[in-house]
Write a protein that binds this ligand. Structure first.
Ligand SMILES: Nc1ncnc2c1ncn2[C@@H]1O[C@H](COP(=O)(O)OP(=O)(O)OP(=O)(O)O)[C@@H](O)[C@H]1O
Length: 261
């Protein structure tokens, strides 16, 4: 993780008016340069983007366009070089490392391509881990609901090695949702799954938005995965170049072709 100090303005002195729908996450003038002395790679170049609460947004773009960097900055895993990130109404770029850790733990959920489950813990212990670490009790009704919708109720006593890839990813998704985060970030969550497990996970993500009011932001290379989203944001060379509302697989493919991807 980068420890580069962020250039930021405290939210208290510069609130950004946000008209329209409530936003779960926003980037303002977000720039990320890797390396030093101006000779580094500009992964993000003054990106302004908002992700509506209660919506499912996909981020797409050619390899190296900055998708993962955008998601890592939004999720507080990477400090921006310049610009601001807001999670709900909180300016994440104005927080200390300790405050950022608490924000990540309590208000942000992550799902990665590699499931990142702890092998010695059961599925249930993995799901409850963020609450255990925070010293918080589980809301049993919510836990049962998430586990039920994800269809892992009969796998809770198993360890990750005893689960299929699809089941492991559903455990990782339940872990990301158990804290009821303001926003769930998913970086290529179906990258390691077969097509059936992918469809099941994407269905669940869409259900969690429609029925649980969750806000989801997902990076994907796959136009079919992106077609599950309400909106697709396209990146090229570290800039937002296009977006599609109510995407279909074909409209996403066309947009990707226009980008030369
Ligand atoms: N830690 C790093 N150090 C140096 N350069 C980096 C680092 N992380 C990313 N980059 C560079 O930043 C640019 C954007 O990378 P990023 O991983 O965000 O792209 P991406 O769109 O997610 O790519 P992919 O689809 O291939 O995963 C690339 O040129 C990449 O090489």
């Amino acid at each position: 993780m980068s420890t580069t100090p962020a250039t930021h303005q405290p939210l208290a002195t510069s609130p950004e008016p946000t008209a329209g729908p409530q936003l779960a996450a926003q980037a303002h003038g977000l720039t990320k340069v890797f390396g030093r002395d101006g000779s580094g790679v500009t992964a993000l170049d003054h990106v302004d983007v908002g992700f509506a609460a209660g919506r499912f947004t996909a981020i797409m773009g050619p390899s190296g366009s900055g998708k993962s960097t955008l998601m890592h900055c939004l999720a507080g895993l990477e400090r921006p070089t310049e610009g601001r990130i807001l999670i709900g109404g909180t300016d994440a770029t104005a927080l200390s490392e300790k405050q950022l850790t608490i924000l990540r733990r309590e208000r942000i959920g992550f799902v990665f391509q590699s499931f990142n489950l702890l092998p010695m813990l059961t599925a249930e212990q993995n799901v409850l881990l963020p609450l255990t670490l925070a010293g918080r009790r589980a809301d049993r009704d919510w836990f049962d609901h998430v586990v039920g919708v994800l269809g892992i109720g009969d796998r809770l006593s198993h360890r990750p090695a005893e689960l299929s890839g699809g089941q492991q990813q559903r455990v990782a998704t339940a872990r990301a949702l158990v804290t009821r985060p303001d926003v769930l970030f998913a970086d290529e969550p179906t990258g390691a799954l077969d097509s059936r497990s992918s469809a099941e996970l994407l269905d669940f993500l869409r259900t969690s938005v429609r029925e649980l009011g969750q806000s989801v932001v997902m990076v994907t290379h796959d136009p079919r995965a992106a077609s599950y989203a309400d909106r697709v944001v396209l990146l090229a060379d570290g800039r937002i170049t296009d977006e599609i509302d109510a995407p279909s697989e074909d409209s996403v493919l066309d947009a990707m072709r226009r980008l030369g991807a």
